[in-house]
Design a protein around this ligand. Structure first.
Ligand code: SF4
Length: 368
């Protein structure tokens, strides 16, 4: 599991994240977003400025994604979202949504714009206790009503599930649920301590490792769903067995620019948007209303004070961590929100979602 070579930041991303509104109509207890009760809107000028850099990248690449996220994008409304999407050419639009606002009209919108939809839902109704509205009432029935609309219209969808209490039996229960739900791709996020969510994410090594191993067992019984974490892991294990594990990490880090409603750009971790710190300022790397996104990314490595510190942390990971070839250094925001700085290495997030994931899959295969 070795990997060699310093990692810099690619000047061209594989996707961009855009925040059409800060508002979310839900108030999930584990949410990281600081301004989800506020309704700051992205202006068409911001979207046009982003598109000026994105369109040439999309023309040069057969697949370039624009992801509408970081609030509840559907809360912006169809007319506003369509206006923001209009300047983009040759891109694949994605939306990460809580699904509660999806109705027939939204399904027609998704089909018309060939938009890929990802729904946030945490499994069967009793497991959705964290997903509540502003009155603290469960959102599950509204989530399900949105999913039923997608199915009625034949709109394919992915699901994103947050796991807050990994225990025996949960992975099987979740996998069976998502098979019934009808999603084609499933991503599992073990709850993260980040943003305004200060709850601990130390769930214990054995519990998390067993959760992943059990998920692989459930998936192998009926592998109709692409499970994001299992596919990453099997791709890595296959590369190691073929003697080519060095090749699975891209040569440079994907900058994953997130553009906030006001045009500010946050690199590497959307979760840093909206926070300030005496040492790091507002974490932004520039504003697309002043500077082209392509120019901001060309200087990404020094574009904000925290970025060089993060790159030192990734280099420390590369030198010390046997899981680096699989993980690549994980996300900047987890280091900051768990340790208050970026040049550290292990976090509970990387233990839960990288180290225990790989160990769990290897345990399932009897390879450890
Ligand atoms: S983030 Fe964690 S798992 Fe990833 S390389 Fe660093 S120490 Fe290893």
């Amino acid at each position: 599991m070795s990997w060699s070579g310093m990692r810099g930041i690619s000047p061209i991303p594989s996707y961009v994240v855009l925040q059409p509104t800060t508002l979310c109509n839900l108030d999930c207890t584990y949410c990281y977003l600081p301004f989800r009760a506020r309704n700051d809107r992205m202006s068409p000028a911001v979207a046009e400025a982003v598109a000026a850099s994105v369109n040439p990248w999309a023309a040069a690449d057969e697949r370039f994604s624009v992801v509408w996220h970081a609030g509840e994008p559907l809360a912006a409304g169809r007319a506003a979202l369509a206006e923001l999407m209009a300047p983009f050419e040759g891109v694949e639009h994605h939306v990460q949504t809580n699904a509660t606002l999806i109705d027939d009209a939204w399904c027609e919108f998704f089909a018309e714009h060939r938009m890929r939809v990802s729904v946030s839902v945490d499994g069967p109704e009793p497991l959705n206790g964290e997903r509540v509205n502003r009155a603290g009432l469960p959102a599950y029935r509204h989530i399900l009503s949105g999913v039923e609309a997608l199915k009625r219209h034949g709109v394919p969808f992915s699901a994103l599930c947050v796991v807050s209490d990994p225990g025996p039996g949960l992975a099987t229960r979740l996998y069976d649920y998502f098979l019934d739900l009808g999603c084609d791709v499933l991503g599992i996020n073990i709850e993260e301590q980040e943003g305004v969510n200060a709850r601990t994410n130390d769930f214990g090594a054995d519990a998390v490792r067993s959760f992943w191993a059990e998920l692989v067992t459930a998936w192998r019984r009926d592998p109709r769903i692409h499970v994001r974490e299992i596919e990453w892991t099997l791709r890595y294990a296959g590369a190691v067995l073929a003697g080519g594990a060095d090749g699975i990490l891209p040569a440079a880090l994907d900058p994953i620019p997130t553009v906030a409603t006001d045009g500010r750009v946050f690199l590497l971790s959307p979760e840093l948007a909206g926070f300030t710190d005496a040492r790091y300022g507002d974490f932004s790397s520039g504003n697309v209303l002043d500077t082209p996104l392509a120019t901001i990314l060309a200087g990404a490595a020094t574009s904000a004070g925290w970025v060089p510190e993060y790159l030192r942390g990734v280099e420390a990971c590369r030198q010390r961590c046997p899981y680096f070839g699989f993980c690549g250094g994980a996300h900047a925001a987890n280091r900051y929100f768990e340790h208050g700085r970026f040049d550290t290495t292990e976090t509970n997030h990387c233990r839960n979602s990288k180290i225990r994931l790989l160990e769990g899959v290897l345990d399932h295969a009897g390879a450890r």
